[in-house]
Each structure stands twice: as C-alpha cells, then as structure tokens.
Write a protein that binds this ligand. Sequence first.
Ligand SMILES: [Mg+2]
Length: 315
Amino acid sequence: MPVLTQSLEVATVERPGDRSRMIFDPSPGVRILCLTSMPSTKPHILILTDLDGTLLDATTYSYEAATDALSAIRALDASLILVSSKTRSEMEPLRLRLDNRHPFIVENGGALFIPKAYFPFPFEQAAPRGDYEVVEIGTPYARLRTALKEIGRDLGCRLRGFGDLSLEEVSALTGLSPAETLPATQREYDEPVVVESNGMAWSRLSAAAETRGLRWTRGGRFYHLMGENDKGVASRRLIAWYERRAQQEGRALITVGIGDSLNDLPMLEAVNYPILVRNPDGSYDPDVQCPHLTRAEGVGPVGWNRSLMDLLPTL
Ligand SMILES: [Mg+2]
C-alpha cells in the first residue's frame, strides 16, 4: 500500500495523437504511481494533395524530393489525402508505395474511396466496393464519351479523348511507361482531352459542355471533360467527415491543400492553408488565385516539401 505524501507531483506527457498524465513521487528513486491517458487536444492535420506536377515530378513522376515532409506528416500523425485526376487503378499502387491508408479522391473528384471502418460512423450515399466505401459524384464515363463526340461534331473541332487514343499515343503524351499507361486509360468519371483545333474559343467549349450538364477543367497536361464533380466538391465532403470525427474526439481540424493547376483551385478554396507549387518552367499557374494562397518556393515536389516543412511546425 503506497503512502501518499504532500510531495507528489503531476506531469503531462505529450506525444503525437496522445496525451498522458503522470503522477509521481519526486524523491530519490522516482516512482511513477499513476499513468492515465487523456484525450489529445492537439489539432488533427488533414493535407489534401494533387499528384502530377505537385507531389509527383511532372516528368519523372517521382516523389523523392518530398521525402522529408512525408516523414514529418507521419511523425505528426497527420492524414495525407491523394486528390488526383488519375484513376483508381493508377492511385492504388502509389498508395501502397507511400504506405498510405487514408481515403483518396480519383478522377478530379469523380469518386471518393474510403477504407472500410475508417470513420467511426456511417456516412451518406456510400456503396461498398471491395475494401472500400465508395461515394460517387461524377458522371459515368460512357456519357462523357458520347458528349465529347457530340461537342466535337457540333463545334467542328478535333477533340481526342483517352478513349480515342491508342496506348502508345497515351504513353507518348503522358510520359508514362507502357506498364503505367493501361491503368491511366481505365477511366470511370473523367475524360482527358487533347484539343487539336487552334483558336477554339474556351467559351464555346464551355457552353457546349454546359448545355449537356457537363464542364471542363484543365490539369497540367490535358483539358478534362467531367460532370458536376470537381476536386473541391469531393474535398469538402471528406473534410466534413474529418470535422465530425475531430469533434467527437474533442479536437480541432486544420486543413492544408497543395496543387499546381486550375483543376486544383476548388480544392485549394476548401482548405485553411492553400499552397501552389511552381510549374516546371518556374512559373505559377496564373489562373489559380484564392485568398491566403501561399506560393511555394520550388517546382512540384521540391516546393511541396519546402512549403510543408515550413508550415507544419507552426500548426
Ligand atoms: Mg497537377
């Protein structure tokens, strides 16, 4: 039976995601009498990132330059969400290489893939598919293909989507290896398009899509035809679930977004800390403008790494 004296002291031990209270006797030969875990009051950090030209180098598709920040994210127990115009087939191997177990957003917000039991509550409009709950926001690919043909015919311009191109042509346009090219063409909600009519007014393309309930955006390499989805719609949906979970845990949520192109703008508008990285030629996409935007010093993953290494210690 320990003898409690007036000299007992209380200390708080902080670790990422955990806080413990320690009651100990400070006299020589310290004895810990009690160690209790308390709910963490540290904010949860949610980082939504574009891939091509942002976390991944625009040419080599390597994330090596971002290694330090990736380690810092793990150490902070932050959630890194991959948000791309890439397909699920392309993103799954990358998630494995990054050892990323978090939800991810495919094809410019066409769908959210959430690992089963990731959130401690059911969420609306999700359908089970394999190891995931899937929330579909986008328009089925077959409808996009039909609309693309109609728009090209109506405007008298040559619009070639991935569905019109051979694997060799997609490989040449993207720089993807032959093995990586097939997954890039397995599209469900978004069609990358090469517009081959010089001088075709953007307003005419937009109007032709809008009359069909569709719209265009622009990534680093292609125009994209898609439905009412975008990276912002999908990101806000996901952020709301993280907020709900953070509230249940008595924590605040801080959101960060990083991108390089116009298709990232809706995602950047949905977060607390939007970051824009430089293009390979050193420029910033002039169409990406939003309040509180940080322009990272560095191209693609170099800027990604530098901006997060500066920001994360301040959160
Ligand atoms: Mg990009």
